[in-house]
Design a protein around this ligand. Structure first.
Ligand SMILES: Cc1cc2nc3c(=O)[nH]c(=O)nc-3n(C[C@H](O)[C@H](O)[C@H](O)COP(=O)(O)O)c2cc1C
Length: 167
């Protein structure tokens, strides 16, 4: 799928059919995460790909309930010591790569930032010095919601100088 089409059609999906994606499909998605750029190519992120149903249910309890129907959950972490300034940006880029890869393969995703970090770390045996940055639910969409609103281009983008709206 064309990347612009994937961007246009992507929605946060919070209702999944419950069908588990194939290993091959998830591998394509995580490969997109692996290929993401990072500051100085330091690659401070590590990702736990969670297939285990029990663990997915526990993660849903410690974050957003709708994740309990996700086919796979990816927990994106980073070690801030490896790049104190850029680790959240690097992690965000890698997660978005995976979001768009999933979209292009017919899967839906939802980025989840609301979670009990200590609980997530306990469930997945994540070491103390590692930070959980994001959780990504992945699954086949039960329904695709209509698009959410965005500010106008002219509010978000300026041309050549501050406050000169892009038209
Ligand atoms: C950093 C980040 C954190 C988010 N955290 C949550 C969350 O905890 N729970 C949730 O349901 N959606 C979460 N979302 C999804 C946003 O609510 C969603 O992207 C936004 O409302 C726009 O809708 P759309 O993704 O369908 O275009 C998060 C998105 C981002 C980028």
């Amino acid at each position: 799928m064309d990347v612009l089409k994937a961007i246009e059609e992507r929605r946060s999906i919070r209702e999944y059919t419950g069908k588990v994606p194939s290993e091959e499909t998830i591998r394509s998605i995580i490969e997109a995460g692996r290929l993401a750029p990072s500051a100085g190519n330091r690659q401070p992120c590590r990702f736990v790909v969670v297939w285990d149903r029990d663990k997915i249910l526990k993660i849903a309890k410690a974050s957003m309930k709708f994740l309990n129907k996700a086919g796979v959950v990816i927990v994106a972490t980073a070690n801030p010591k490896l790049d104190p300034k850029w680790y959240p940006v690097d992690t965000g880029i890698a997660v978005e790569h995976m979001v768009l890869a999933a979209q292009s393969l017919g899967l839906g995703t939802c980025w989840v930032g609301a979670f009990d970090e200590e609980e997530i770390k306990k469930i997945l045996e994540i070491p103390k010095e590692v930070t959980v940055v994001a959780i990504l639910g992945i699954g086949y969409p039960k329904q695709v919601p209509s698009s959410t609103s965005r500010k106008k281009l002219s509010e978000l983008f300026f041309k050549d100088r501050w406050n000169n709206p892009y038209s």
